[in-house]
Ligand binder design. Sequence first.
Ligand code: HPA
Length: 287
Amino acid sequence: MGKGEGGRGTGGTGGTGGVAAATDAVKQRLGKLKPRVAIVLGSGLGVLADEVVNPIRIPYNTIPGFPEPGVAGHKGLLVGGTLEEVPVLVQAGRFHLYEGDPAGVAGLPARVFAELGVEILIVTNAAGGVRRTFPGGTLMLIADHINLMWRNPLIGQPQPGEQRFPIMHESYDGELRALARTVAREMGIRLEEGVYVGLLGPSYETPAEVRMLERLGADAVGMSTVPEVLVARSRGMRCLGFSIITNPGAGISGEALSHEEVLAVSERVARQLSVLLKGVLRRMRLA
Ligand code: HPA
């Protein structure tokens, strides 16, 4: 079996056993902490991991099945603790499909979060702007996504507790989005809203591809997020997502883009996003 394929019935994660082993390792380290919200940090968004109160740092090399992230700007650890008194688990460093792992690996952390009882998944990413009015530095609330990765972590036998055919209507929870808009308005943070399209990468798009994505109804383009949200929805977790638009998509501004620029802009806007996220956490009503 090639590295890019999932084995039959395993979802490419080593199956239920793989999820259980990873969950056990994380659970043991968390002790009494029962995270209710998980937050996945995208490229350059690591600052939030440093703000977790009473942090329990769990490096990926201590979690079975978690590879080391191979991308600059991505750490490799889960951080448990509290943010605004909400018990959280922050994922600093995600697994991208372009790194060559099966989709099940990209979805593995979300499966572990579900097993740990996490109810809300917050995803963040760096993305290129497809909507022409989105300059670099724009913060975008994800209204919906388009999966153009041609991969899905749910392929294979459904794991316990997962729906075979998850409903993707309102995948990004309407109530949580309304809360994010309210908090942003109150804090004076400009927040756009739009559709994120996930591509496999790792090459950035051509200008012709960006024009195509625009016609397909996308507002932002990136190489992550979709696998985690697919797993979360199959487990009934509510999702909330934010893109930091680090650059206009290829061909829009005429300037060539680079990963260094992506990281620099992301780090700048990340401070704003972490203030917004903490505001949302403060106001989240957890039953
Ligand atoms: N395209 C895809 N992914 C990205 C981009 C982009 O322009 N910028 C940051 N992540």
